[in-house]
Write a protein that binds this ligand. Sequence first.
Ligand code: PEP
Ligand code: MG
Length: 579
Amino acid sequence: MTFSLHGQAVSGGIAIGRAHLVSHAILEVAQYQLRERDAAGELVRFDKAVATASAELNALRSEASVPGAPAELSAFVDLHVMILADPTLTDGVRELIRERRCNAEWAMVQQMQLVVDQFDEFEDAYLRERKQDIVQVVERVLRILQGKPRKLAKRKTTTDDDLIVVANDLSPADTIQFKSLKIGGFVTDLGGTTSHTAIVARSLAIPAVVGMQHARPLIQDDDLLIVDGTRGVLIVDPDSGVLAEYRLRKTALELERSKLKRLVTARSRTLDGDDVELHANIELPQDAERAKEVGADGVGLFRTEFLFMNRDELPDEDEQFEAYRSVAKTLGDKLVTIRTLDIGAEKEARALRNRAGNRSAPNPALGLRAIRFCLAEPQLFLAQLRAILRASHYGRIRLLVPMLAHAHEIEQTLALIELAKTQLRESRHKFDDGMQVGGMIEIPAAALTLGPFLRRLDFLSIGTNDLIQYTLAIDRTDGSVAHLYDPLHPAVLKLIAQTIQSAQRVGMPVAVCGEMAGDPKLTKLLLGMGLRQFSMHPAQLLEVKQQIMMADASQLAVRVAKILKLDESDKIGEQVDKL
Ligand code: PEP
Ligand code: MG
């Protein structure tokens, strides 16, 4: 019987193939009381299982560090190693085995519940989602205890069909196996768009839908499935008509993608001869390679806060310097835009938890985040500024400051940069004295009062992700208001267009580095506003370049000027589609 399920689309494309179920209700374990004399043996059995799980994770860690593996994965595997090594989980299990004489599996599930309940109390969505990492670590140990080591078997397929993984949830460590097994796509019942699984799916560029809620109980191994990762739809047991249509769409998509590769060396230029710079957004130094592979003009946004996550100790000045220098070296003579620490809100760093900015604030997105946090922690900020300045000696580095709203924040930041330079001169370190400093325009107040930015800074970069969040008062991580998160809201477009025009009037370089820049449906709209610098995930770059090469910039300017006069999103949407 054909039916379809809907979830959150996290990674685009179409996969057609047979279901491969993983995570078989592993948490429903046998529960029994041990005899007193058996407790010691049970403790040994548990410790052995933990040791095996730890060995498995270490093996995965070395796989995650091979060239070509998604950069985020090693960080996730590290997190699982840490959870397993943390006595909060394992000591509690040992106590339940010793004191209450529970069998190891039962003790493990009870202790997991206790820890996970504490995570439910967190207000921060990102932290709440991390409880899934604990569940995944527990599942790993349970599988070993139950003698069911999980390996995704290589199966024979006689057709070109994909293998589609259906899971309650997937750990990043599981996801790394997809590379060598040629998994076509996956769907999970849990996970939001900010979950690690979603991030890994995007970096692997395979179709994926998360948050399906009921997929695993309703689907059986070998069911025929279609995953539409663009629309967030899963079709189970499709009839021949639907199947034929999707096969056609899949082939067309694949053809499109392979054609796109030809554009790597093509000039990013509109039909009427305007050159457009296309830069890459990166999270970790390893991502710089992909930026180069797709022919990016440089790095338009290096989100340095990712260097501070999933670890107990902060990266010191030297470690940061090495990270920034390695990106500069990879990019050679191309521009590298390093954004200073944007920690806070949904982006948490364990090592900073006890500092001012990471206390659980009532409204963390409106709290001490990004530059506000850095100005409250000048020593930490200075260490990063010195590291970036030192790296500037080795490439074309420029510095970008997030979340600025006030003139005095710009002044304070510039004063700290001067102080960092003085310190480096004293310690005889080399740096580029003329390193450019730019500001992100991502708070409506900044977009509405650009004067101080234009007078004091060297360039601007518009962060549409936050600009939309703060203009429309919509939490960008909250699924319940996601339908109101609207990039085409006239207020949002007005702020973007005004910023671009004001910067260009005084000859200041301006880019867009939020998700809007990587959406090919919006490329012509942004071109029509006058934008000539885009920064996006490397996977989106060629599709955007294709749009640029088909665009007539002067004609778009006239049409977009009319669109900007409209004051309803729906009407704007209709006109943008026609561009
Ligand atoms: C933005 O807000 O658009 C942006 C690019 O920064 P981030 O997504 O890291 O907040
Ligand atoms: Mg932002």
